[in-house]
Design a protein. Structure first.
Ligand code: UDP
Ligand code: MG
Length: 311
């Protein structure tokens, strides 16, 4: 019988673990699906891992991995994919904001032959005003850069074993799961859902972490910002040609002035362009540096005994 793995990244989710494990177990048993739950404790500072351990001791369907520190959701997802042994793997948030009721539907679509079942948000659920605006801007920019509509995408997906293996074989360290699963292709179907309210605790995203996430993902998926540097250079050259002609004409007409404002403006403009360009190049350099170092995505501190294979 086919095995479905559910990967659940968890960071300081002590209030959610037990409930989520119970809800998912109940639901999957009822749907008569052979399953395993893989909780990935992303270096939580609360009781998340002890609770996972307790659950795992009670129920062999439950597995757990614990990181040595917080490595971020992407790392948790990939550790979960690595540890999952299922023929299909679902990634979902462990705060149950991704409705669990969808699992049997996703499973069925997979059985029907789809290799990727993408959860698509039909509404974004309750969010702060500021968070909504930031997320909006982020998705706008991302959609442009990656050339696919990111607004409704989420990390809630089911992947066939083939797709999981492809994702695991990618050498890059800085990943963007939700775009990668699109990038690899395969037979995909979308399934809509409403984002639920968080059962316990609060969102882990701050403004700064969202910004960092946005910039890193944008640059890991597109080199357009680098090409923008060239574009800005061209604009600066055109401007200076215009100003140059004006200066020469004025000189020939004998109306040349001291011209300080022009000089100051030019210095500011060109200086600004150069700084921005250097910043962008520097950012990519940093990304290359990170990749070249080849450090692992995450470090496992411990895991439950039922984890097979290498992490
Ligand atoms: N998460 C994680 N590592 C992190 C931050 C978040 O594994 O560094 C997990 C978190 O436990 C949750 C999921 O990622 O299961 C989504 O996080 P959250 O609910 O805070 O984000 P939101 O739903 O507000 O986008
Ligand atoms: Mg959430």
């Amino acid at each position: 019988m086919a095995l479905l793995s559910v990967v659940l990244p968890s960071y300081n989710e002590e209030g959610n673990i037990e409930n989520t494990a119970d809800v998912l177990s109940g639901l999957l048993k009822e749907a008569d699906i052979n399953y395993e739950l893989v909780f990935v404790d992303d270096g939580s500072t609360d009781n998340t891992y002890p609770l996972i351990l307790k659950k795992a001791e009670e129920d062999p369907h439950i597995k757990g991995i614990s990181f040595s520190r917080n490595f971020g959701k992407e790392a948790s997802i990939f550790a979960g994919l690595q540890a999952a042994t299922g023929d299909a793997v679902v990634v979902m948030d462990c705060d149950l904001q991704h409705p669990a009721e969808l699992l049997p539907k996703m499973y069925k679509l997979w059985r029907d032959g789809y290799e990727v079942v993408e959860g698509v948000k039909s509404s974004r659920g309750k969010e702060g005003f500021f968070h909504k605006i930031c997320a909006g801007v982020f998705y706008k920019i991302m959609s442009r850069l990656i050339r696919m509509d990111m607004k409704a995408t989420s990390d809630y997906k089911l992947l066939d074993r083939k797709v999981v293996n492809v994702l695991l074989s990618l050498p890059e360290k800085n990943t963007f799961f939700r775009a990668l699963s699109f990038w690899v292709g395969f037979k995909t179907v979308k399934i809509e859902y409403d984002v639920q309210e968080r059962k316990y605790g609060q969102t882990k995203w701050s403004f700064v972490s969202l910004m960092r996430y946005a910039i890193n993902n944008a640059t890991s998926f597109s080199t357009l910002p680098l090409q923008m540097v060239t574009f800005m250079g061209i604009v600066a050259v055109l401007l200076s040609i215009g100003l140059g002609i004006q200066t020469i004409v004025k000189y020939l007409l004998g109306t040349a002035e001291a011209g300080f404002p022009t000089v100051i403006l030019l210095i500011l403009l060109v200086g600004g362009f150069i700084m921005i360009s250097l910043g962008i190049i520097g950012h990519y350099l940093a990304r290359i540096y990170e990749e070249v170092k080849g450090r692992p995505k995450y470090i496992v501190r411990t895991h439950t005994e039922n984890i097979e294979g290498k992490l």
